[in-house]
Write a protein that binds this ligand. Structure first.
Ligand SMILES: Cc1cc2nc3c(=O)[nH]c(=O)nc-3n(C[C@H](O)[C@H](O)[C@H](O)COP(=O)(O)O)c2cc1C
Length: 369
């Protein structure tokens, strides 16, 4: 570990496409449960992000914003399927840009991992493969619906740029729509959208091409990519490496590596305390992807200890460190790391921060009661 944290590689700047981040700390996308029922952002969101920016997070990635009403995954989720919803997001970048922090909007579609009462209709998927996690069989998308959804993702990215965000993250992880397209388990199609690795990646690649054309090649676009579905017939890390290389060739500026699919019983948000050497539970897969691409790679999953994060970057396994739950517990985590006030996040990974009234740390709620 460096003598002074100020000199740590974690506090050195890094470029993501055309922009520079002040340090290597990323607030990974975290659904905030802070939007109106129709997806309109409330004023709780700019307040939340301003605090994270004051706490010196280098890059904030918002919770997933749904690009089409049928792609809504969860109550209180932010929507970006309409220009009006894009306008409602404008106060967010404005609040963050008081600080050196950058902010990207994560855009997503839930695919088969939602329920009719949330999405307002039968969930859609590349193939009608029953999902035990939501106990339903989704409806197979037609080719023209897939084309329509590509346009919806591109329109969402255009709205995010107009609203003042510094970049976009495309959600291609956790079993949601774009993750299910690259998954040989969820995607059983035999047309141009399924079968070969190239066909399974086609939808994401066309979205990337469309966004780059709409927003300009310089406007940063990163992805959150599944490294494995944790199903025997699902996506494996070798498949993810292939997808990562295709995304890079299409112009993607960075790759955050995650994993999991609801129906496997192993999602992305693992519970329980782990030893320092077991932190960064997707960093091993991220390192394999990093070895195959040139764009910056983000390491994720149970990162809690400063020294471990510093090793991941210093050893060249990843370029940036992403965290979600630690920032719910302590928005000033990065500042406290820099000032050497703490060596580790207090987050115990209990997952009780998932709160329909708005994310908050249950341990802190308990302490206050
Ligand atoms: C409350 C909550 C909401 C989340 N929402 C999202 C989301 O909107 N998009 C996403 O890609 N990941 C989401 N995640 C997953 C996190 O980004 C992250 O990948 C995961 O929690 C592991 O990181 P951690 O151990 O630092 O929490 C969420 C996690 C939590 C705890």
């Amino acid at each position: 570990m460096s003598k002074s944290r100020e000199n740590s590689i974690l506090f050195s700047p890094i470029r993501i496409g055309s922009i520079e981040l002040p340090n290597r700390f990323v607030r990974s996308a975290t659904h905030e449960f802070m939007a109106e029922p129709d997806g309109t952002a409330t004023d709780r969101l700019p307040r939340l992000f301003a605090i994270l920016a004051e706490g010196e997070v280098g890059l904030i990635i918002t919770g997933h914003a749904y690009v089409h009403p049928l792609g809504k995954a969860s109550p209180g989720q932010t929507g970006i399927y309409d220009d009006r919803l894009g306008d409602a997001l404008r106060p967010i970048p404005r609040a963050v840009h008081v600080y050196p922090t950058k902010i990207f909007l994560q855009i997503a579609h839930a695919g088969r991992q939602t329920k009719p009462r949330i999405a307002g209709g039968t969930p859609v998927s590349p193939s009608p493969v029953y999902d035990p996690s939501v106990k339903l069989k989704p409806r197979e998308l037609t080719g023209s619906e897939i084309r329509g959804l590509i346009s919806d993702f591109v329109a969402a990215a255009r709205r995010a740029k107009a609203a003042g965000f510094d970049g976009i993250q495309l959600h291609m992880a956790h079993g949601y729509l774009l993750s299910s397209f690259i998954s040989p388990h969820a995607n059983r199609r035999t047309d141009e959208w399924g079968g070969s690795p190239e066909n399974r990646a086609r939808m994401a690649l066309e979205i990337v091409g469309g966004i780059k054309e709409a927003n300009g090649r310089d406007f940063p676009l990163i992805v959150k990519l599944n490294s494995a579905d944790f199903l025997p017939t699902g996506l494996q890390v070798e498949d993810a490496i292939d997808v990562a290389q295709r995304l890079e060739a299409a112009g993607v500026d960075g790759i955050e590596v995650s994993g999991g699919m609801a129906e496997s019983g192993r999602g992305s948000v693992w519970t329980g305390l782990r030893a320092e050497e077991d932190e960064g539970y997707f960093v091993g897969s991220a390192a394999r992807i990093k070895a195959a691409v040139k764009v910056p790679v983000f390491g994720l999953g149970g990162n809690r200890t400063f020294a471990a994060m510093e090793r991941f970057v210093a050893e060249g396994k990843v370029d940036l460190i992403s965290m979600s739950r630690p920032f719910i517990r302590e928005p000033f985590l990065v500042k406290k790391f820099r000032e050497e006030l703490i060596a580790k996040s207090d987050c115990i990974s209990c997952n009780r921060c998932f709160n329909p009234r708005g994310i908050s740390c249950a341990e802190l709620r308990k302490a206050k009661a």
